[in-house]
Design a binder for this molecule. Structure first.
Ligand SMILES: Nc1nc2c(ncn2[C@@H]2O[C@H](COP(=O)(O)OP(=O)(O)O)[C@@H](O)[C@H]2O)c(=O)[nH]1
Ligand SMILES: [Mg+2]
Length: 639
């Protein structure tokens, strides 16, 4: 369990951590000189028969709220501190608002400096705080009056924290490992160390990792988790990881970067989020307001684009797009805090919904519908909503990436949703069973209409999508055609695709011609006449013969194998079967000579046929040989 302190400057956070752990977390000389916490401090409290508690002590001064924000990223439990002599002060309110916006639900309140006031004052502050906390995620937290000077109440508080740690349920370690780096330093002899809070997944010593913003490939040499040497580090632990890798330099890695495993997406400069504006804001948050964005341990400037209306009123929440001045590591579900342009006050905060917004149309209705589905906390629910609302498919690769799913987790989830997945160059495209069936029906319907309108036209597989008015990658056409063929609804032939029930029709004149040409073509089906031989046999001009054969080839009656040769498909299938048989005994290879001998044709024709096979990727040429790549039936259909 990781506990972060919170509260106004000088209210006794650092001294209380010392009373609990024995460690003075103010480690910088400047902190010692000024008697004030500036940067984060760290201390640990061993817990009997359970995991050590890690403390992150944060600064309370208004000038260092950015450091406080880096410290509370990913923590589990807040130790909220208010000095009873002062009572609630500005950073009491600001820190409370931040913890509430980040959704931190576990905490305890320490009322410090009780040695300085009367008991009635303690009660007064207690009441004031109860009111302040009442509408936050920390409402109902246990309250402990303490004095770090006399030791009063410290044992009770400590016992409470130890109990909380013992009953703490460690975070699930699903997903790729992500650690928000808050420090990076070198130790002579060991090398580079990064420390921070792990917010997801787990990592083992020796594993390959990436430093996201620095763009470095590294390896976890050794790991310390919750202050002890460990073979692994996991979500919910403070880890110190000794990194190894080439080109590794301390200057390249700064607070706010991430060290990750697996397919965690590259840093992004735009993302969509739900933002809640604090009630105490004087004005609505207007579109395109410049802000400081805090996410994980990172701080970056940018602007807020409101997606629903021109502004968001104080106390209200709305969808926004953050447009940052530089890319940062971010994922769906990450909490964020916005402060004003001069970094003097917290404006609001929220959670990321999507890190892959479209280039255009960020506030279009269909985009907002997508965000509504994506906003679902439960990934399988979000997935099924998104699949339902994506007739043109959902980018499953990006879905898995933005939800930080490992390959195995995403595969399982996609199977669970019965999603039909098609690999495309821009990632796997997923369809709900209903939407997939709709695509198949649309294709069959448009094919039937086409056959009725133009019985002699035959489409190739990509043409199927165009004909149905669908704008989808060609890989989707191939998958649909394969499935419809398997179901017996369509037939795939070398010339194209048709409904299984459709018999292509020639014009009347062509039909008369075909009646004469067909017997000549199939007379010797393995060695059909050349274009010129056919033309003279039909007593026709070769040009006219050629255009007739081209029309016939669109119907799949013949296949053009070479400039001067049209084949009946059945003849080609026979040759393909020969090639397959030869390949089976010759290590997968066919040559012009072996095909010539097997089919009893001339060498020139054997070469023509094999070159055609190369073109349709039934075979691949290697020197003088041709390697058979796939079954003849897959390449040439089954007639
Ligand atoms: N009398 C009294 N003084 C305290 C107590 N806790 C802290 N202080 C003093 O208050 C000052 C600020 O404490 P510190 O822990 O640095 O406050 P922080 O800014 O919240 O970390 C220091 O001078 C402490 O010695 C307490 O319980 N009683
Ligand atoms: Mg301090």
């Amino acid at each position: 369990m990781i506990i972060a302190t919170a509260g106004h400057v000088d209210h006794g956070k650092t001294l209380l951590v010392k009373a609990l752990t024995g460690v003075d977390t103010d480690r910088l000389p400047e902190e010692k000189n000024r008697g004030m916490t500036i940067d984060l401090g760290f201390a640990y409290l061993p817990v009997e028969s359970s995991e050590t508690i890690g403390f992150v002590d944060v600064p309370g001064h208004e000038r260092f709220v950015h450091n406080m924000l880096a410290g509370v990223a990913g923590i589990d439990f807040a130790l909220f501190i208010v000095a009873v002599d002062d009572g609630p002060m500005p950073q009491t309110r600001e820190h409370l608002a931040i913890l509430d916006l980040l959704g931190i639900r576990h905490g305890a309140v320490a009322l410090t400096k009780t040695d300085r006031v009367a008991a009635s004052r303690v009660q007064e502050v207690r009441n004031e705080l109860a009111a302040l906390f009442s509408r936050t995620t920390l409402a109902g937290s246990a309250v402990f009056p303490v004095s770090a000077v006399t030791g009063d109440g410290i044992d009770d508080l400590k016992a409470h924290l130890l109990n909380a740690a013992r009953s703490w349920r460690p975070k699930a370690t699903a997903g790729n490992f992500r650690l928000a780096i808050d420090r990076c330093f070198s130790i002579p002899g060991a090398g580079l160390i990064v420390t921070g809070t792990a917010v997801a997944g787990s990592v083992s010593a020796g594993e390959r990792m990436r430093v996201l913003q620095a763009g470095l490939e590294v390896r976890a040499r050794t790991i310390h988790a919750q202050n002890a040497r460990s073979e692994t580090g996991r979500a919910g632990q403070r880890c110190a990881i000794n990194l190894a890798g080439s080109g590794l330099k301390q200057e390249l890695i700064e607070r706010g970067d991430w060290v990750v495993t697996g397919d965690v997406p590259a840093p992004v400069q735009k993302f969509d989020a739900r933002l809640r504006i604090l009630e105490g804001e004087m004005r609505p948050l207007a579109n395109w307001t410049p802000v400081h964005v805090h996410l994980g341990a990172a701080e970056v400037t940018g602007r807020v684009a409101t997606l629903q209306g021109a502004s968001i009123a104080p106390g209200a929440s709305g969808l926004v797009q953050l447009v940052l001045d530089r890319p940062i590591g971010a994922l769906c579900g990450d909490g964020l805090i916005l402060r004003d342009q001069s970094a003097q006050r917290t404006i609001g905060g929220g959670r990321i919904i999507d890190i892959f917004p479209p280039v255009r149309g960020r506030a279009k209705p269909e985009r907002l519908a997508y965000l509504a589905a994506m906003e679902n906390d439960d990934a399988p629910t979000a997935l099924s909503c998104l699949l339902d609302t994506a007739p043109s498919g959902l980018n499953l690769t990006r879905f898995a990436q933005s939800r930080n799913l490992t390959a195995r987790e995403s595969a399982q989830m996609f199977t669970g949703a019965s999603a039909k997945s098609v690999a495309t160059p821009s990632g796997a495209l997923g369809f709900s069973p209903a939407n997939w069936n709709r695509l198949k029906a649309a294709i069959l319907e448009s094919l039937a209409l086409l056959h009725g309108r133009a019985p002699s036209v035959i489409l190739n597989q990509e043409g199927l999508l165009l004909e149905a008015g669908l704008r989808l990658p060609k890989e989707v056409a191939f998958a649909l055609a394969a499935e419809l063929t398997k179901e017996g609804a369509i037939a795939r032939e070398p010339s194209g695709v048709r409904l299984r029930t459709h018999v292509a029709q020639l014009t009347l004149a062509d039909a008369v011609l075909w009646k004469k040409a067909e017997p000549l073509l199939i007379e010797n089906i393995l060695r059909p006449p050349s274009l010129h031989e056919l033309a003279s046999a039909l007593r026709m001009d070769p040009k006219n013969t050629e255009s007739f054969l081209v029309r016939a080839s669109r119907l799949g009656l013949v296949v053009r194998v070479a400039e001067n040769r049209f084949f009946p498909p059945a003849g080609l299938r026979r040759h393909a079967t020969f090639a397959e048989e030869i390949a089976a005994t010759k290590g997968g290879l066919v040559t012009a000579a072996t095909l010539r001998d097997r089919a009893g044709i001339g060498r020139g024709l054997a070469i023509e046929v094999l070159e055609y096979f190369d073109r349709i990727k039934f075979t691949r040429r290697i020197g003088d040989e041709h390697q058979v790549l796939r079954p003849a039936r897959a390449a040439l259909g089954d007639g």
